[in-house]
Design a binder for this molecule. Structure first.
Ligand SMILES: [Ca+2]
Ligand SMILES: [Ca+2]
Ligand SMILES: [Ca+2]
Ligand SMILES: [Ca+2]
Length: 434
């Protein structure tokens, strides 16, 4: 009997208990959901990534830096970002907290590395300065830490934190080396910034795969109003990491036109573009857009600075090139031409008009043994210089074999970074000897 009574009663008790538990869970869930929809309130203790309050993207959480018997308080929030995005971190708090630092706000990667780190002053209480910073994140988990100290007027005050994420093609830190470069397909625009943790410099590397030899177009755009000093350094590296081109981009070159006009060339294959900035510059924390294009063609392939590394130039073929190189003050481009028999050559060399009244290029011809046969200095506005008629009229006799044409330019000249074209042909090809 006792056993029967027991077994008869027990299931009812269990069922009632279960109902109560389920109801509680249901109510708690309801309560949590409605809190999410409006605003959330932090739940101490949230002083580590492990105990972080989970805050959905776009949801505002109210918190406060204050802990009894402690001189500091760290509030960690975990935010799950569904795709690579530009972040908007909005921290608002009451006015009247002075001009000194009110809060420290740090963004951590899921792995706990410092991605961004800001000191927020008391008079930045409306949140606009912080949310205007160009911050980016790869998809996945990140942590935001709001930190305060008992010695600050912000201690015990309520703050509101909202993290927004706008999906897009953005850089993904840490991209500070060729090994960790962001892949950037040709013609794709990436949005990024030079801004990083508690460091004074940020280098953003992009890996670009170029399907064939061609002329590069590097287009870097950024906001106006960043002054006339250097805003960014842009460096192009070969796949082996050698500096091919290197530029200082001034704040007033923000429309990208100047850099894009530079005659830069690349052999097919991998190259890297690095955009570098410093915390001391007005460009720090500003968004930039980078697009790299490539136009296939017969172009020089640096480094072609000696007879040993000369680009082979078949007779009758026109190559496009420039005197422009890394952080060097001069560039020599050697071209090797195979000549079947001693002959007269016509050299067709053209460059843009308007390069002034000083030396623009030197064009030299070498024998297969490397001895100088001819040397010509071309003046920018010299008669027939830019359009090539003067040089085409010179009598150039070369022996049979692998002869060399060298084009030399200097960074001090207006010709630096301009495109030139070069071809060579037998003198009698146009007018056969009789
Ligand atoms: Ca960056
Ligand atoms: Ca970087
Ligand atoms: Ca060159
Ligand atoms: Ca060269």
């Amino acid at each position: 009997m006792r056993i029967q009574t027991f077994t008869a009663v027990r299931p009812r008790a269990v069922a009632m208990m279960l109902s109560a538990v389920l109801l509680t869970v249901f109510l708690v869930t309801l309560g949590t959901q409605s809190a999410h929809a409006a605003t959330m309130t932090e739940s101490e203790s949230n002083g580590s990534t492990a105990s972080a309050d989970v805050v959905p993207v776009g949801t505002t959480i109210t918190g406060s830096t204050s802990v009894a018997n402690s001189s500091s308080d760290s509030d960690y929030y975990a935010v799950n970002v569904p795709s690579d995005s530009r972040l908007g971190v909005n921290l608002r708090f009451p006015t009247g907290l002075g001009a000194d630092t009110a809060y420290n706000l740090t963004v951590y990667t899921s792995g706990g590395k410092v991605l961004y780190d800001f000191d927020i002053a008391g008079d930045q209480n409306d949140g606009t300065w912080l949310s205007s910073q160009a911050t980016f994140t790869p998809k996945g988990l990140l942590y935001v830490r709001v930190q305060g100290y008992s010695g600050r007027p912000s201690w015990g005050k309520a703050y509101q934190l909202t993290v927004k994420a706008t999906p897009g093609i953005v850089e993904t830190e840490f991209n500070d080396s060729t090994a960790t470069a962001d892949a950037l397909p040709l013609g794709t625009t990436v949005t990024a910034s030079t801004l990083l943790g508690s460091t004074s410099a940020d280098g953003d590397y992009y890996a670009i795969n170029v399907p064939s030899d061609g002329r590069l177009g590097i287009n870097l755009r950024f906001p106006s109003g960043l002054g006339a000093d250097t805003a960014y350094n842009v460096t192009v590296y070969t796949s082996a990491g050698k500096v091919l081109y290197d530029y200082q981009i001034a704040g007033d070159q923000n429309d990208g036109a100047w850099l894009n006009s530079q005659a830069t060339f690349t052999p097919k294959g991998l190259l890297y573009v690095r955009v570098q900035g410093y915390s001391s510059r007005p460009s720090w924390g500003k968004a930039y857009q980078l697009t790299v294009k490539a136009t296939p063609g017969i172009v020089e392939t640096e480094f072609n600075d000696s007879t040993a590394t000369a680009d082979t130039l078949p007779l009758g073929t026109t190559v496009t090139a420039s005197t422009l190189l890394g952080s060097s003050s001069s560039d020599s481009d050697y071209y090797a031409i195979n000549v079947a028999a001693a002959t007269n050559l016509v050299i067709n060399f053209t460059f843009p008009a308007g390069l002034g009244s000083e030396k623009a290029y030197e064009v030299k011809v070498y024998s297969p043994a490397g001895s100088a046969l001819y040397s010509y200095t071309l003046i920018g506005n010299g008669a027939g210089a830019a359009n090539g008629t003067w040089l085409r009229g010179q009598t150039i006799t070369v022996p049979k074999g692998r002869i060399f044409i060298r084009v030399l330019g200097y960074s001090s000249r207006p010709s630096w970074g301009q495109a030139y074209t070069l071809s060579a042909s037998y003198a009698w090809a146009a007018a056969p000897p009789t």
